[in-house]
Design a protein around this ligand. Structure first.
Ligand code: AMP
Ligand code: ZN
Length: 457
């Protein structure tokens, strides 16, 4: 629909904490949403939560379910596990100013939709029932595996590691439904007996339920290029006979020490690890904005430190400028060259790295400009922050959130200075520092204040 973006984000498998690599891919998804909203689009955003059936290794019946592996290890019900890690995921997202999608859909709440989709594929002759589940027959979908990948990855990997399951017609056929195995912690009734859904089918079923059979955009990390998204395309288009998704966004990995950060690899950082080292989650967001989703992010503590320094500088400048500007930001002018440069950068494939340059220029104007320039720079920064998501307006407002009594004293001091009663104004300055920890400075633009952390409440 014109003026609307309908977008699906592949959500996390909630058997463990999300690491900063996962969170980085959701920052990309958030920037996409914010960019479209910035340009006046209405965004319908859906994200799933995989709380069942994401298989370890090949998407095959022989593989084990990630949820089940952890649930068994920790002796908890898979849904308790899912609840715990879903909650933490949203705590982390909120710290990173990642906006909530309009729909958050859990796989376990959409089993009937998945079964209906599998039935359509069986009716169309794209799927077959085997003793251990239902499979998609890849020979019925020409070009399988090559829609997002130059050559079919399953052919590149032919013969490697994967043990061929004799129940499958073709080695690369993938499971739509798995028959329950003894000891399965999660299972549902189906026309093919008790079992659980394959991982890929959940995203096709839920995305099409909420967004329609053809929708605008679908995102995930680069590991989803194969098999996940190729399988989604094959089973969705085979079922509906229509194009599935118009645009795909795949975030390249966050890497540490040149290796992909992965839950299964053990060596991963959570957002809390970053906080424990004294960094602000929004410094990580700013670090993530400084690259392109097409390049990925090489995480180092030094780079995070630089992002933190940059964020602190911006915050300091904004707080000062806001006070000097009397808490007023000018309405943004569409013809402001920095505004234009910013809009062009974000519209160019979400090039946030390039968009930070005009933002930095606005910070410069907020630092050195006169009151009117500061007001314009602040207006511009608050406008850009609709995409950047760094809470810059809150920074400004927090810098003026004074106890009412302190505000009265500040106002009284300004009047004392106007009438050149320096004895009174000095006494008020001492009182503000002693009682509220507020240090007042006199500048050519009037009095300014800052918090002195060593004093006052
Ligand atoms: P998962 O829970 O494994 O499905 O991962 C959640 C999301 O994070 C998926 O979109 C993955 O593609 C993505 N992802 C996983 N590892 C990384 C990484 N190191 N960098 C960026 N994105 C990742
Ligand atoms: Zn998915």
């Amino acid at each position: 629909m014109p003026g609307e973006l309908r977008v699906y984000n592949c959500g996390p498998t909630v058997y463990d904490y999300q690491h900063i690599g996962n969170l980085y891919s959701y920052i990309t998804a958030d920037v996409v949403r914010r960019t479209f909203e910035y340009f006046g689009y209405r965004v319908t955003q859906v994200m799933n939560i995989t709380d069942v059936g994401h298989l370890v290794g090949d998407a095959d019946v022989a593989a084990e379910d990630k949820m089940a592996v952890t649930a068994r290890r920790e002796s908890v019900d898979p849904l308790v596990l899912a609840e715990r890690y879903t909650k933490q995921f949203f705590v982390d997202r909120h710290k990173l100013n990642i906006l909530d999608p309009g729909v958050v859909s859990k796989a376990t709440e959409h089993i009937p939709e998945m079964i209906a989709l599998i039935e359509r594929l069986l009716a169309n002759g794209n799927a077959y029932v085997a003793p251990d589940g239902v499979y998609f027959d890849i020979t019925t979908f020409p070009g399988y595996g090559t829609r997002l990948n130059a050559e079919p990855p399953h052919e590149r990997e032919a013969g490697a590691r994967v043990e061929v399951n004799p129940n499958k017609r073709n080695a690369a056929d993938f499971a739509l439904w798995r028959a329950a195995k003894p000891g399965d912690l999660q299972k549902w009734p189906s026309p093919w007996g008790e079992g659980n859904p394959g991982w890929h089918i959940e995203c096709s079923a839920m995305s099409m339920k909420y967004l329609g059979e053809t929708f605008d955009m679908h995102s995930g990390g680069e590991d989803h290029l194969f098999p996940h998204h190729e399988c989604e395309i094959a089973q969705s288009e085979a079922a509906t006979g229509r194009p599935f998704v118009r645009y795909w966004v795949h975030t390249r990995f966050l890497r540490m020490d040149s290796a992909k950060m992965a839950k299964s690899a053990g060596a991963f950082l959570r957002l809390s690890d970053i906080e424990e080292r004294g960094y602000d989650p929004l410094a990580f967001r700013l670090l993530a904005l400084g690259t392109s989703y097409r390049k990925g992010l090489d995480f180092t503590w030094e780079a995070l430190g630089s992002a933190q320094t940059r964020l602190d500088k911006w915050r300091g400048v904004i707080a000062e400028a806001w006070q000097a500007a009397g808490g007023v930001a000018a309405a943004v002018s569409e013809t402001d060259p920095n505004r234009t440069a910013f809009a062009e950068a974000v519209a160019d494939d979400f090039n946030l790295a390039a968009a930070l340059a005009p933002a930095e220029a606005a910070v410069g104007h907020a630092t050195t400009g006169d009151v009117e320039t500061k007001r314009r720079a602040l207006g511009l920064l608050f406008d850009m922050d609709r995409v950047l998501g760094l809470s810059l307006r809150s920074t400004a407002i927090a810098s003026t959130s004074l106890p009412a009594e302190a505000r009265v004293l500040l106002e009284e001091r300004a009047r004392a200075r106007e009438r050149k009663d320096f004895e009174r104004s000095d006494a008020l300055r001492d009182e503000l520092l002693r009682r509220f920890g507020i240090r007042v400075k006199d500048t050519k633009d009037g009095q300014r204040w800052e918090r002195d952390d060593r004093k006052g409440a």
